[in-house]
Design a protein around this ligand. Structure first.
Ligand code: MRU
Length: 354
């Protein structure tokens, strides 16, 4: 990709949050430049920027936009502005935990710099947002290494939604393994599901894999069972929006059925996600809030009415794959195996957080 998914351009005082407007892909590669926090909120809500890690990065930059002009007299006033704006941004979408994780990091950073003058405190916030972005990049590369080792002997994968550069700072989660395989001259072939209703697979995954010269075949979501039965794929690799303490994983709607199908066909089913997508506070997937989006997305995809306008709709944007269907979870810290309650806890202990 020639342009970063999302980045800060310019100085703290006059800079912008620049992001690829993913709603226009693959037709048009347009960079949206946000000068105000409400533009970032709108971009998050409408999926101009999407994918769990990218959502977190965009929100962190959005928070900088929100408070850079603050004239708060005292530090307490400034901190409460930070908290208020973080709460506003957190309301954009409910499922991807990276959003809350990134905003919490920003709030903590503000508190760590309370003794400094306001301009320095604001600069520290911008630095932290850039760090979140840079760490995500490094994290993708580490997941790619671990995932590549796990997928030794695999030639074709099936994936769902978009887990590539567009969903992260760069490289991706599940797709980072595909890019790494290509780099190492052991290219993987990819079956990409369309991912109804917003077609992240068709519009984004197909686009970015083709741009990278990767062999990708687009299928309807409903073709996954046949593709597996015909022996066309060796494993399924997907990302995650939130992983509970027991390994239950929320990801784009349509992931759960793929895990059931993979089990039935004896195909490994892998999740690839950074630790920032884990929510160890939640015991199981039942506690993960699932975003429900407007029925219009089903009825009138991309502006064209395809069903009786008065039909009832139900449009959950994510589903939860039970841990029992997940063969392994690839993180930047290595590959986690069942029982996940134990392996996840250990990962967080290693990171000094449990
Ligand atoms: O609604 P989206 O497009 O933000 O959903 C994205 C996904 O479900 C991805 O699979 C997920 O964020 C994990 S990969 C970065």
């Amino acid at each position: 990709m020639t342009h970063p998914t999302v980045e800060w351009q310019g100085s703290l005082e006059t800079g912008v949050v620049a992001m690829i407007d993913q709603t226009l892909l693959p037709g048009r590669l347009k960079i949206l430049r946000c000068r105000e926090v409400k533009q970032v909120w709108e971009a998050l809500r409408t999926l101009r920027v999407r994918g769990a890690p990218a959502i977190g990065i965009a929100a962190a930059f959005g928070l900088v936009l929100a408070v850079r002009g603050s004239r708060a007299r005292g530090v307490e006033t400034f901190l409460s502005e930070v908290d208020r704006q973080a709460k506003y941004l957190a309301g954009a979408r409910p499922t991807a935990v990276n959003l809350f994780w990134a905003l919490d990091r920003m709030r903590k950073t503000a508190r760590q710099h309370v003794s400094e003058p306001l301009p320095k405190l604001k600069a520290a916030l911008l630095r932290e947002a850039v760090t979140i972005q840079e760490e995500d990049l490094a994290t993708s590369l580490r997941m790619a290494e671990h995932g590549f080792t796990l997928l030794r002997g695999v030639s074709t994968v099936l994936t769902h939604c978009n887990t590539g550069g567009l969903a992260t700072a760069r490289h991706g989660t599940a797709l980072s393994i595909v890019y790494r395989s290509q780099e190492l001259k052991r290219p993987l072939k990819v079956y990409a599901t369309e991912t109804r209703p917003l077609l992240q697979g068709a519009r984004l995954t197909a686009w970015e894999l083709l741009e990278a010269g990767i062999d990708v075949t687009l299928i309807c979501d409903s073709a996954a069972a046949s593709v597996m039965r015909e022996g066309r794929v060796d494993c399924v690799i997907v990302g995650a929006d939130r992983i509970a303490a027991n390994g239950d994983t929320a990801n784009k709607i349509g992931t759960y059925p793929l895990s059931v199908l993979a089990k039935e066909h004896g195909i490994p089913f892998y999740i690839v996600a950074p630790l920032s997508s884990f929510d160890p506070e939640l015991e199981s997937g039942e506690e993960i809030p699932i975003e429900e989006r407007a029925g219009e997305e089903i009825l009138r995809p991309f502006g064209k009415l395809i069903a009786p306008p008065n039909v009832k709709t139900y449009n959950p944007a994510f589903d939860v794959t039970p841990a029992k269907f997940i063969t392994a979870i690839v993180t930047e810290r290595g590959v986690l195996h069942p029982p996940y309650t134990r392996s996840i806890q250990r990962s967080f202990k290693d990171r000094g957080e449990a």
